[in-house]
Write a new protein. Structure first.
Length: 319
């Protein structure tokens, strides 16, 4: 693993042009970790760096230099492309061309389902957040983690640990956060902006999804969904759906929560969360997705009733 980091730093030093990419429908870990690397490379003296995240959730626009995030680029061939928090090439979706066309490609991730699709891959599936992996990377590179970079990293940690409540949290997680606190990062303010502040449209979406909650297998499975019509009616923006899947999981007796969300053009994203027994990453893999043991997702172009029937029947097999 250390040899891989040496190679990655060598490629960073050689590159005249660099692009940082995150997975489609990015969460706070993808956005925060990408921005942390972007800011670190800028401080390191790499001036020709682009960060491309086509649909950055409004929630994370407070992060340092989030205003420099691009939706696309007119550069066809970067010297170096770095994919962050992205388990497969397909999850880069419409902007994977930047990754494929780059002279060298690098993957930094924490998903156990990562397919190691880069020329160099630094993946730690034991880490509860990609932001923690990035802390290790930046420390190894001896790139200073200042307050701005630390704020981005903290947003990633808070997102993927659910505010430090998920089982993957370790003592090292709190050691990392303590170090960020010592850098001047405002933990309480970042926590509030990432997890507690909601747009009105996000509140309305949650209300709709909560009203549709159904339970199966004696309350062990919770299911709900959001349509394109719902998204349009509340004037939803990217990221407004965040947290809806967790509502079902937090209900007493529920083992697996399923949330189906329309993405437009007949596409849906199916998010899965579990509590104790079920490895939802295995289920997501069956449908062409992936993720973590307790949190995973996959895409689908089938109609919503077919999606519902298939995923519920599959989850039943794992209970």
């Amino acid at each position: 693993m250390i040899g891989t980091l040496d190679k990655i730093l060598e490629e960073i030093n050689k590159a005249e042009s660099i692009v940082i990419l995150a997975h489609e429908n990015p969460d706070g870990d993808a956005v925060g970790t990408s921005l942390a690397l972007y800011n670190a490379l800028k401080s390191y003296g790499k001036n020709n760096v682009d960060i491309i995240i086509p649909e950055c959730p409004k929630t994370f626009t407070f992060l340092p230099n989030a205003n420099e995030i691009k939706k696309e680029s007119d550069v066809d061939n970067y010297d170096l492309a770095i994919a962050i928090d992205c388990a497969t090439l397909e999850m880069l979706n419409g902007w994977k061309k930047y990754f494929e066309n780059a002279g060298t490609s690098i993957v930094i991730d924490h998903h156990g389902t990562n397919t190691m699709y880069g020329d160099y891959n630094f993946v730690n599936p034991d880490s509860p957040a990609c932001a923690e992996v990035m802390i290790v990377v930046l420390n190894y590179f001896k790139m200073e983690i200042n307050k701005d970079i630390g704020t981005c990293l903290l947003a990633g940690i808070i997102t993927d640990t659910g505010g430090f409540k998920y089982q993957g949290v370790t003592a090292e997680t709190f050691e990392f956060v303590a170090a960020l606190l010592n850098k001047g990062v405002n933990v309480s303010d970042t926590y509030r902006k990432v997890l507690q502040v909601k747009t009105k449209s996000a509140f309305e979406l949650s209300r709709i999804a909560n009203n549709r909650l159904e339970f199966f297998e004696e309350g062990k499975i919770a299911y709900t969904y959001i349509t394109m019509e719902d998204l349009e009616n509340v004037n939803a923006v990217p990221g407004d759906h965040e947290g809806i899947v967790d509502v079902g999981r937090d209900i007493e007796g529920v083992e697996v929560s399923i949330f189906v969300r329309a993405n437009g053009n007949g596409k849906y994203k199916i998010s899965l969360r579990s509590n104790e027994k079920v490895n939802v990453a295995e289920i997501a893999l069956l449908f062409g997705g992936g993720g973590h043991v307790k949190a995973a997702a996959y895409p689908s172009r089938e109609d919503i009733e077919t999606i519902k029937s298939k995923i519920i029947n599959e989850v039943k097999r794992y209970l």
